[in-house]
Ligand binder design. Sequence first.
Ligand SMILES: NC(=O)c1ccc[n+]([C@@H]2O[C@H](COP(=O)([O-])OP(=O)(O)OC[C@H]3O[C@@H](n4cnc5c(N)ncnc54)[C@H](O)[C@@H]3O)[C@@H](O)[C@H]2O)c1
Length: 350
Amino acid sequence: MDTRTGVALVGAGAFGQFCLKTFAAMPEVQIVAVADIDSGRAREQAALYGARAYGNLADLLANVDVTIVALNTPPYLHHAQGLATLRAGKHLFCEKPLALTEAEAAALIRAADEHGVLLTVDYVMRHNPFWAAAAALRESGVLGALRHMDLANHAAGLDLPDDHWFWAPEKSGGIWIEHGVHFFDAFAWVAGQPGEITASQAFARPGGVIDRVEALACYGRTAAHFYHAFDQSGATEQTTVTLTFEHGYVTLREWVPTSLELLTPVPPDGWQTLLPGEVTLAPQPDGRFHAVARAPEGKSAVYRASIQAGLRNLVRAIQGQEPLRVTGQEGLDSLAMACRAQALAARPGR
Ligand SMILES: NC(=O)c1ccc[n+]([C@@H]2O[C@H](COP(=O)([O-])OP(=O)(O)OC[C@H]3O[C@@H](n4cnc5c(N)ncnc54)[C@H](O)[C@@H]3O)[C@@H](O)[C@H]2O)c1
């Protein structure tokens, strides 16, 4: 008997195709269906995995082999398609953002409860070993209090054509909702408590769309700063997260981090076991320690493993083997921060 969990993917675009390839390598799931409004694309992708192709969601939801729907359509469709999925008794692996508004996200959470199914959001950082190490360092208290978290995200917006849904706020929700949610959630995880936005601003291209946003927040007594710019190309993009502790600095580089750097006066026996991958350690002339933990397998492998870990967690949660690592409520909390940042920055500056 085939004990694999049947997964359907809806929205076989750029990221959907990456997810299909990624899911196909998981022994515990089987891709049973692929839907896309572009039925040729659905057929082509379904054929690669021996799955059934669908041109619409309603027909796919009638397929009894589908246990989980991975929703990879643009953000403005997540609410309606997510609701249809949950009401059909299917579990939801939702791409971020969970929805465009807090009311829509709350409706999805209610629908999951009412229909006795689970929903989670594909927040890949929650399954990244270097983000997990940052959270473990904070939780251990070995570096003292977490004072400040800083994100500088210079992303490849120049590679997105002007008519891409990303630039249309009614489709993407805007930068905070489409992309910021990842980091609002990751910072809450690292800080161990929810955050609150205190200030926000936005910058538009000359005569054009908003392509840079910035906000201040606090997570309890930890201050936070977020800067998202979609004004770089794939060749020049760069993401840096700096966490400042009472006794040390932690740096994560790149949007999918493959390394973590730590500079601290605290001796390694207090924190070395919390670092993943290959660790190099160099005592500094000033008496501090500089450690770098690296994933030798590279970015694509780390990214795929993070997506797989999220789907695997949902499969195990459905089977009652473990709790969800990313709950619907956490999807809503991070979305609420994004909506607040959006509202505070409603009047673009400069
Ligand atoms: N978690 C991550 O790391 C990550 C990374 C990239 C993108 N994403 C998210 O994935 C989602 C998709 O992004 P993308 O870059 O792949 O977009 P995309 O535009 O490349 O793909 C979207 C696909 O959905 C299809 N589609 C549109 N309307 C549809 C409908 N009504 N029914 C079925 N299919 C429909 C389109 O034809 C297209 O194939 C977004 O929510 C995005 O935020 C998440």
